[in-house]
Design a protein around this ligand. Structure first.
Ligand SMILES: *Cc1c(COP(=O)(O)O)cnc(C)c1O
Length: 243
């Protein structure tokens, strides 16, 4: 590899990582949970592959991206680092093949047609593609534009979609994921997700992952059982481009 992060960037990432790991540890202590139960997924969207390799050098094992183009560019650039790649963005079916080729996990499975496309793309691969069903949380409110914008399957439709993933060769149902709606209390939203996760786990005992919580709400997510937190800004800094 020729490009590496600057020394000052490395120092910045290291300090941010220490702070984020401390927040996770504090939230776990408050919830009576073991921090080893919570995987940090660093969301590196809009940031360069040099940041990914710097984070990997600091011990981060899981990296998230929300656009096929960025995943396709960065994953091969750091292919030797043993990173687990998570796709966390809305995914068009025509990008399923590319994402299935580069990701280890797709956290944003939100409809049956996407399951079909991912299964077809991953057929014959040596490892299954881990999938999380993305849940559209309402926090008890009526469906609104915010829900549509942030994506996901309504809770009532989640068990059937989970069943479809579990029955698809090439795919492995790992659990559920959600983004808390902006206008809803995070505790209420993540409590709703925990109920959906319990329901999915009752049908599929190995689907234990609950991906919830971002920079702003990871404490609430950990309180409600998150096994994966997806942290962008608190680790990488403010994004300049839209992401
Ligand atoms: C960008 C993004 C994150 C990280 O958000 P931050 O607020 O930067 O921590 C988490 N999850 C998804 C789905 C994202 O798109």
């Amino acid at each position: 590899m020729t490009d590496v992060a600057s020394a000052s960037r490395l120092v910045e990432l290291q300090a941010n990582l220490i702070a984020v790991r401390r927040s996770i540890a504090t939230a776990c202590a408050a919830a009576g949970r073991d921090p080893a139960e919570v995987t940090l997924v660093a969301v590196t969207k809009t940031f360069p592959a040099t940041d990914v390799s710097a984070l990997a050098g600091l011990g981060v094992t899981d990296i998230g991206e929300n656009r096929d183009g960025e995943l396709r560019a960065k994953a091969p650039a750091v292919a030797d680092l043993g990173i687990h790649w998570h796709f966390v963005g809305q995914l068009q079916s025509n990008k399923a093949r590319s994402v299935a080729a580069h990701a280890d996990v797709v956290q944003s499975v939100d409809r049956a047609s996407l399951v079909t496309a991912l299964a077809k793309a991953r057929a014959g691969a040596d490892r299954p593609l881990r999938c999380l069903v993305q849940v559209a949380l309402s926090g008890g409110r009526a469906v609104d534009r915010g829900r549509a914008r942030r994506g996901g399957m309504a809770p009532a439709g989640v068990p059937a979609l989970a069943e479809l993933v579990a029955g698809s060769s090439g795919l492995e149902l790992a659990g559920v994921m959600a983004v808390a709606p902006l206008e809803v209390d995070a505790d209420q939203a993540f409590a709703e997700l925990a109920r959906v996760a319990d329901r999915v786990r009752a049908d599929h005992p190995s689907a234990t992952w609950v991906s919830a919580g971002m920079s702003a709400d990871l404490e609430a997510a950990i309180r409600h059982g998150a096994t994966h937190v997806r942290v962008g800004r608190a680790l990488l800094g403010q994004r300049l481009a839209a992401g």
